[in-house]
Design a protein around this ligand. Structure first.
Ligand code: SAM
Ligand code: SF4
Length: 327
């Protein structure tokens, strides 16, 4: 049985950010110069991630996702994947990637037991890709998506952060991909770091949905994971689905089942709360399994009821850049 928190939410999902490094510099995620890189010594080692994954599964966590930074830039990532998928009791291991290295890794990841993959795709225009990510790698990403399809990943979820005046003119083109491919094209509300950015670039989920409905009528589609944050729709007869994720306008805290471990071993029970539990320190002090599990359970018990992103000064809530938390 998965652990429950003080609000009777079942916590069965853990996201590991396995690195703070990235081969892109998305403007919404990190500053142009990058963020100060953590020294290797302060990053969870693979044996530590594996130990935590085993303890988490032993507590009742059944789904694990690897994210970053960019998870595929970490050396020997396939070794980690193979060993996590072997943990008895784990139902699924999934990965969120920017796709730049996916053409190289798709087959290995699939063989390692990952079947579900999320790939960021904010635009279909190579120049705009470079403007958003500050790197000229659109073609690589598209080849990565193609490789993932060839290898047999299912579902393939494509994540687009929608920003007014930047890529909102592509909502329709991105949505139309679902007419041709079995992708889940997911539009995510932009989570601003600066309050003034919110006014300029933010587009609400309702507005995004209206734009997609302008193409053709949508019908509700079943969610792959009923307590995930996306609402799903599809165009009649289309092989793919449209997902709308609205962390800001319709927060999904009431059904949040997540825990996050940052690459430097801090456990976060809410993306938007700065409260962290220092698991790395426990590991390095030689804590016993029972002590680590006890600390994780206490953190779950303190998981906040909901975030206050829509009420507070946004910047205060997000105490680290997204690249450091893992989205
Ligand atoms: N590098 C991988 C990638 O880009 O998919 C994984 C890490 S990234 C931090 C995880 C997710 O967070 C991506 O889908 C990204 O688009 C999303 N994200 C980052 N910053 C965001 C922001 N300010 N608002 C909304 N989503 C954001
Ligand atoms: Fe890197 Fe992903 Fe952040 Fe873009 S969103 S900078 S790819 S971690």
């Amino acid at each position: 049985m998965p652990p429950t928190d003080a609000y009777q939410r079942r916590i069965d999902y853990l996201r590991f950010s396995i690195t703070d490094r990235c081969n892109l510099r998305c403007s919404y995620c990190m500053p142009q110069e990058g963020v100060a890189k953590l020294d290797h010594e302060y990053i969870l080692r693979y044996e530590e991630i594996l130990r935590l994954a085993r303890l988490a599964v032993g507590m009742g966590i059944s789904k694990i996702r690897l994210t970053g930074g960019e998870p595929l830039v970490r050396r020997d990532v396939l070794y980690l994947c193979e060993n996590i998928t072997r943990i008895p009791g784990l139902q699924s291991l999934s990965l969120t990637t920017n796709g730049v290295l996916l053409a190289e890794y798709a087959e290995g990841l699939f063989r390692a037991g990952i079947k579900r993959i999320n790939i960021s795709l904010d635009t279909l225009n190579p120049e705009k890709f470079e403007a958003i990510t500050r790197r000229p790698f659109f073609q690589k990403v598209w080849e990565g998506i193609e490789a993932a399809r060839q290898v047999g990943f299912s579902p393939i979820k494509l994540n687009c952060v929608v920003m007014r005046g930047i890529n909102d003119d592509e909502i329709e083109d991105l949505a139309r991909l679902t007419l041709r491919y079995p992708f889940h094209m997911r539009f995510i509300e932009f989570m601003p770091f600066q309050p003034e950015e919110q006014k300029r670039k933010f587009l609400s989920a309702d507005e995004i949905l209206r734009r997609v409905e302008g193409i053709a009528p949508l019908v509700p589609a079943e969610s792959v994971n009923s307590n995930g944050p996306a609402s799903y729709y599809r165009f009649e007869g289309a092989p793919g689905k449209i997902g709308i994720i609205s962390p800001i306008s319709h927060h999904f805290c009431h059904s949040c089942n997540r825990l996050r471990l940052t690459s430097d071993g801090k456990l976060r029970t809410c993306l938007f709360s700065s409260e962290e539990t220092d698991i790395l320190a426990l590991l390095r002090q030689g804590a016993l399994d029972a002590e680590i599990v006890g600390e994780m359970r206490r953190a779950i018990a303190r998981k906040p009821e909901r975030h206050t992103l829509d009420q507070d000064v946004l910047r205060k809530c997000i105490s680290r850049p997204m690249v450091a938390i893992g989205g």
